[in-house]
Write a protein that binds this ligand. Structure first.
Ligand code: ZN
Length: 182
């Protein structure tokens, strides 16, 4: 098994900006620690980032402007210490990290067969990303304390769906890190 972490939309606009969310803020320390553990263990960290086209982007009809390409709101939050030397960044225009992006090719080049889904939101972009991962043949895992949504209900709905529909294995980030140390 070769794992990679996919960090979905942990961008300024989703945590403190246009679509700010307290539950998103709450996972930041857990996720920062998890990513450090992954980097030390040689597990690839891939940021799947909303990177929307100004004004006309399809998603703005639903959510209003957010994560506009080239703006501060579209940057990964500083706490996660994106390291361009060893981490990977995949810009996306839609909910799924796979839709018309280079994510599938990147995972294949890295020899990855299992993705650990983290970030925001459990019932939307994480779910769409997990759907495509499953359909493309990847195993789906979830770090339960490093993913969230606007509400507890949305979180529960998202995690339940990932478990039931994609057979996702759900573990805490500490359990993943402990497994990598063995
Ligand atoms: Zn978006």
């Amino acid at each position: 098994m070769r794992e990679a972490i996919i960090v979905v939309d942990m961008l300024n606009d989703f945590v403190t900006g246009a679509l700010a969310c307290d539950r998103g803020k709450a996972i930041v320390p857990h996720l920062a620690k998890f990513l450090d553990g992954a980097r030390k263990a040689g597990v690839p960290v891939i940021f799947a980032n909303d990177c929307h086209t100004p004004v006309v982007d399809r998603e703005f009809k639903v959510w209003g402007p957010h994560a506009v390409e080239g703006t501060k709101g579209a940057e990964v939050i500083p706490e996660l210490k994106l390291n361009k030397e060893i981490d990977y960044v995949v810009p996306k225009k839609r909910y799924s990290g796979f839709f018309q992006t280079g994510l599938d090719a990147l995972l294949r080049e890295l020899g990855v067969d299992t993705v650990i889904v983290t970030g925001l939101h459990a019932h939307m972009c994480c779910r769409h990303t997990a759907a495509d991962a499953f359909q493309l043949g990847y195993e789906v895992e979830v770090a339960s304390d490093c993913i969230d949504a606007f509400t507890k209900e949305d979180y529960d709905i998202g995690i339940k769906y990932l478990k039931e529909v994609y057979g996702a294995k759900v573990m805490t980030s500490d359990d993943f890190i402990a497994k990598w140390r063995k």
